[in-house]
Design a protein around this ligand. Structure first.
Ligand code: G3I
Length: 385
């Protein structure tokens, strides 16, 4: 028989066999994919534990990103606009608002029944030039009232939760010396929550910041939250942003933060999760801030692809993190990634422009990475147990 086959082999039969083998292997890899997914996606796997979300850029909101389009409602049950609800976009001039893109994300979330988080009402960054020019407390108060009331009442009942105040703290836990603090003192925070509550009484209201898992900054956030509560104003949750590095996540601080923030009777959310795999200038001993890091190849070590060892390390960090989230699933309300796929991440452009970073669960082709499978396998194992 073997002889017969050998004898009968012509060039064209080699081709046929090659294609059969190819289709068997491609079927197998599709099956592998399906098995890994188990036909169930992140939002379904974590249903009953916490919401799973992503920040969307303008192209994704407009439906121009054909690969992201089906993936977003399949994997996520909550979305946040990455940039388009920030002051400089939505309220460019005193008497002019631009709701084009924010109306679109409201439609997208309604169509797919996703929990929509508004980001963000009061933030010192990405302010419109007219706000930066304000010099008097009264004018700034007027801006806050107009801005918060106009936007929250327009989306009353449509936006489910608002990052009312973003990043009001310095690293040492004291108040950031922003235009709001400088002109209004720290009362501006309570006032912002009061205005948002009045405009949309049912919407959830959050304080959102980075590094607030760190003890000093956490203490500052706790002070802010207590002050809002003491004033009889509602705050529903705190957002720990979660911009961390593969070189080590602060697991102990994260755990302590979940406990301390929950003790205040509010929801804990991880709102801007990503894990950079690249070196940062401030990690380099003796780094000279005047150096031109953009031209240094050692600052962009994986321009073509991520080595397997780093993929595994990233998966391990994500795995340990989600194990922790699951341990506190009664306190953790939402985990939102800051972007959908690696190619969209702000970390390709910050703190050094033009690098290739890999901080999310989906690669540049929107394919799930080992980190994705690690995060989903935690739930599959639990479900099977
Ligand atoms: O919209 C302009 C575009 O017109 C212009 O051509 C282009 C040229 O660079 O810039 C575009 O603006 C960029 C904007 O993102 C929209 O893409 C800005 O340069 C860029 O600085 C801006 O970065 C955003 C950053 O906030 C600004 O502070 C990131 O995308 C966004 O991910 C990031 O998100 C913040 C959260 O809101 C708050 N927490 C920290 C987080 C990361 O910095």
């Amino acid at each position: 028989m073997v002889k017969y086959i050998n004898y009968k082999m012509t060039n064209s039969s080699y081709f046929v066999i090659f294609f059969i083998a190819l289709s068997i292997s491609s079927c197998k890899s599709k099956t592998d994919n399906l098995q890994s997914y188990g036909g169930t996606y992140l939002k379904d796997l974590y249903k009953g534990d916490f919401k799973i979300g992503a920040a969307l850029n303008a192209g994704q909101i407009l439906g121009r990103d054909s690969l992201a389009l089906p993936l977003i409602p399949r994997e996520f049950n909550t979305i946040t606009p990455e940039n388009i609800m920030k002051c400089e976009v939505i309220h460019p001039e005193w008497n002019r608002y631009n709701f084009d893109l924010s109306d679109k994300i409201v439609d997208l979330s309604a169509k797919n029944k996703m929990f929509l988080v508004g980001h963000t009402l009061i933030w010192h960054s990405q302010l419109s030039p007219f706000v930066r020019r304000i010099k008097s407390p009264d004018s700034l108060k007027m801006f806050m009232k107009e801005h918060i009331s106009t936007i929250t009442s327009r989306y009353k009942g449509k936006i489910n939760g608002w990052d009312v105040v973003n990043e009001a703290l310095e690293e040492d836990g004291t108040m950031r010396k922003s235009i709001f603090y400088n002109l209004l003192g720290d009362d501006y925070i309570v006032e912002a929550f009061r205005l948002a509550q009045a405009a949309d009484p049912k919407c959830e209201l959050y304080y959102n910041d980075y590094n607030i898992e760190q003890p000093k900054k956490r203490a500052g956030a706790i002070e802010i939250i207590k002050k809002i509560q003491k004033a009889g104003v509602r705050i529903d949750g705190v957002g720990i942003q979660g911009h961390w590095s593969i070189r080590g996540l602060p697991f102990k601080d994260i755990e302590e933060s979940i406990k301390e923030f929950s003790a205040l009777g509010i929801k804990v959310m991880f709102t801007e999760l990503d894990i950079t795999v690249l070196p940062n200038p401030w990690d380099l001993r003796g780094a000279d801030v005047n150096q031109n890091f953009e031209s240094k190849p050692e600052m962009n070590p994986y321009p073509k692809s991520l080595p397997d060892s780093v993929q595994v390390a990233l998966a391990n960090q994500y795995g340990t993190l989600f194990e922790l989230f699951l341990k506190y699933k009664d306190n953790v309300d939402r985990v939102t990634f800051w972007g959908v796929a690696d190619g969209n991440s702000w970390l390709n452009g910050w703190p050094i422009r033009g690098r290739t970073n890999y901080p999310l669960l989906f690669d540049r082709n929107y394919k799930p990475k080992p980190a994705y499978y690690r995060v989903s396998s935690l739930k599959k194992l639990n479900k099977g147990a």
